[in-house]
Design a protein around this ligand. Structure first.
Ligand SMILES: [Zn+2]
Length: 263
């Protein structure tokens, strides 16, 4: 038992006269303090609910692959973004259910969705904006042709992001059960997706959904992703083939700032 808890239990017992009996009996004190600790632990487990209308994607569809990049180091920041406490996809219930319907259609073809980012806390968006404004040279992995300070003006980093409304998702398609694809020259490496011409978060004109010339396979995969997402009510952001927003989103005007947590 942590000493601090035992001390608190003893102090409490001393201050309340009828608990002096308890203080004189260390075993009883230990039991009470343990109960207090267990109560504190279970309170913590249930004290972090999501805002109403939000769900963890895994609770709606466990089969959708998750590779939440801003919770780790392999993203354009080269560090974790503020507000990501776990690599977990959180979305509005409507967006999660719509994604599950896309997943059902793809799984019939032996494919799976892989999500890179879902709800993005407003504090993470602010963090990315601040980081971008610090400026710097191009980064061959993530923005090979742009200065860092130009990422906002070019539309790759937003001062505000629809991701903070909980119905926007960054994603690609992979083969179910195995890793595929070539390692992209630009954007997130090692995601195991089909060939989309670039990796997720390649901040470059080649990431535009309609960019041409593009290899035949990558063009076909972009077309398949676009069609699958449109069928479920999502709209693509033309500059990023991976970015989709649920058109009929439930909170079109509200930004959320709760941390991304596992439970
Ligand atoms: Zn996005």
């Amino acid at each position: 038992m942590p000493q601090a808890i035992q001390r608190i239990a003893l102090l409490g017992a001393r201050k309340i006269p009828h608990l002096k009996f308890v203080a004189r009996h260390p075993t009883l004190t230990t039991i009470l303090a343990t109960l207090a600790l267990l109560a504190a632990i279970s309170f913590r487990a249930y004290s972090d609910p999501l805002p109403a209308g939000f769900v963890r994607l895994a609770d709606v569809d466990r089969t959708i692959r998750q590779d939440i990049r801003y919770a780790g180091l392999e993203n354009f920041l080269h560090r974790k973004a503020n507000g990501y406490e776990a690599p977990v996809c959180i979305l509005t219930e409507q967006a999660a259910k719509a994604l599950a319907s896309v997943q059902r259609a793809l799984s019939a073809k032996g494919l799976t969705l892989i999500v890179f980012d879902c709800d993005r806390p407003a504090r993470a968006v602010a963090d990315m904006g601040e980081w971008t404004r610090q400026g710097g040279p191009p980064d061959p992995q993530w923005y090979p042709t742009l200065e860092r300070g130009h990422l906002i003006a070019k539309g790759y980093v937003g001062e505000l992001s629809s991701h903070s409304r909980g119905s926007t998702v960054d994603l690609a398609i992979a083969r179910a059960g195995k890793k595929s694809a070539a390692r992209p020259a630009c954007g997130a490496p090692d995601t195991g997706t089909l060939d989309f011409g670039t990796g997720f978060d390649c901040f470059d004109p080649t990431s535009q959904m309609a960019y041409r010339p593009l290899g035949a396979e990558a063009a076909a995969n972009r077309k398949m992703l676009l069609a699958a997402m449109r069928a479920a009510g999502f709209r693509n952001y033309a500059r990023e083939w991976w970015h989709f927003r649920l058109a009929d989103e439930p909170s079109p005007k509200q930004r959320f700032d709760f941390p991304v947590t596992a439970n």
